[in-house]
Design a protein around this ligand. Structure first.
Ligand code: GAL
Length: 430
């Protein structure tokens, strides 16, 4: 089931090439990894990510601590640039890569986002590392597909996040007289009227990327997984009546959100759910790290989670991975960092703090408790349908994502679903 669902993402063709190449003994060896600007300097490593804020940095810190324990001779430079979903970081990284000033390793989402960097020749082939470390059979096939192009593997995934979740406070729902979170978007809209009477905003929201995250959840819930997948493979017509209607529902959800006073980032948007100013926030499971680890709230008593309306049984996945840019100044140390990212110890240090489940399949399950125990069970369940995230790099490349951002900003102003759908369809690039 997982394999079938992953296949629907349209990312799979390359992996079969990978297996064929491996079977034929054609995969790279260590010497393939030598990059331009390679240096013998092994005593430091600069790692670029966007995990600087609360709920983000705890996971990175935990993995860095394990890295430093295993590599006492290497000084770790944390080049994280704050800002949810890497909006700020990616712009700075692009500038650095353009100026031939790469970090030693950088965070990139598995899927079309990473594959764009591969096509642009920015990153090194890491197949040799997979062969050397024996990683190929330690990752789900669909995930391997998402980091593979033309038979070569280009990054090391550390985790699996789930995007299609609604976060709420059981206390706030009880105060509003609501029995539970909405199971459909139309139920959310009817709950919004009840909430409004109690002066509670139905949905809290943050900057543009969180609006896109909400859009993706509404599309998934309204269209179902097959049509949602088809949006990214041109099998579903963006300008069709069902998609335009789903975009209309998104407009109605925006209308019951606090868009006018939107939070500066995802953490303050979640704060509104805890304070009772808002009932719901649609966010990925990094929210569990923020609420449970950073704010030390109690799962179930202080905060709760459900699949976003209409998406029960679906895992809208994304994966944070680390790549090796060409010309990394401290390449040998960067390799050590990538080995940390790909290791059981690294992933079991990182993920319980990050609110994600490990990319590897052979990890220590006992480390995943509270929300994460359910996430891991759902991720590993054969009956779960896996789809890929738009906002977090899986299903659309960077150029298409940018076109969607522009169209979305216009839609948020004018609420014209037909124009939005046409702009998104026209912005598609392969
Ligand atoms: C995602 C990223 C997550 C988390 C989130 C909020 O794009 O994959 O790990 O950091 O943004 O910043």
């Amino acid at each position: 089931m997982r394999r079938r669902a992953f296949l629907a993402l349209g990312l799979a063709s390359t992996a079969s090439t990978a297996s064929t190449a491996a079977a034929a003994g054609l995969t790279g060896c260590a010497s393939d990894g030598g990059g331009e600007g390679q240096s013998e300097d092994t005593n430091q490593v600069e790692v670029f990510s966007w995990w600087a804020g609360p709920g983000e940095k705890e996971g990175l810190d935990a993995m860095v601590a394990d890295f430093e324990k295993k590599n006492p001779g290497i000084a770790f430079t944390n080049a994280a640039v704050a800002g949810g979903s890497g909006t700020n970081a990616r712009a700075i990284l692009a500038e650095r890569l353009k100026n031939n000033d790469p970090p030693d390793s950088y965070q990139a989402h598995a899927g079309r986002e990473l594959q764009g960097d591969v096509k642009a020749g920015k990153v090194e082939d890491l197949t040799f590392l997979y062969d050397r470390e024996g990683w190929k059979d330690k990752l789900p096939t669909g995930l391997l597909d998402a980091i593979t192009l033309a038979g070569k593997i280009y990054s090391v995934p550390v985790n699996i996040h789930r995007a299609n979740l609604v976060w709420y406070s059981p206390k706030v729902l009880a105060k509003a007289g609501l029995a539970g979170p909405p199971r459909t978007w139309s139920e959310l809209l009817s709950q919004a009227a009840t909430l409004k009477a109690k002066k509670i905003t139905a949905v809290s929201i943050g900057p543009a990327w969180t609006q896109k995250h909400l859009l993706e959840s509404v599309l998934l819930g309204e269209l179902g997984p097959d049509k949602y997948n088809g949006l990214w493979t041109a099998k579903t017509d963006w300008t069709g009546a069902d998609v335009v209607a789903a975009i209309g529902v998104f407009g109605k959800v925006l209308a019951v959100s606090d868009l006018e006073s939107a939070a500066g980032d995802w953490q303050p948007a979640l704060d509104k759910v805890i304070s009772g100013a808002a009932a719901y926030n649609i966010m990925g499971d990094w929210a569990d790290a923020y609420l449970g680890r950073s704010k030390k709230l109690m799962f179930k008593a202080d905060y709760e989670v459900a699949t976003s309306p209409g998406s029960s049984g679906i895992y809208d996945f994304l994966s944070d991975s680390f790549a090796l840019p060409k010309g990394a100044p401290h390449r040998a140390a960067a390799e050590k960092w990538l080995i940390e990212c790909g290791s059981v110890d690294g992933q079991d240090a990182f993920n319980p703090q990050k609110g994600s489940v490990p990319a590897r399949t052979d990890i220590d399950k006992s480390k995943y408790t509270g929300y994460l125990a359910k996430a891991l069970a759902d991720w590993q369940s054969a009956s779960t349908t896996v789809v890929g995230s738009l906002t977090h790099g899986v299903v659309a490349n960077t150029a298409w994502n940018a076109a969607i951002d522009t169209a979305l900003a216009a839609f948020v102003r004018d609420r014209d679903a037909t124009t939005f759908a046409s702009a998104v369809a026209a912005g598609r690039t392969l």
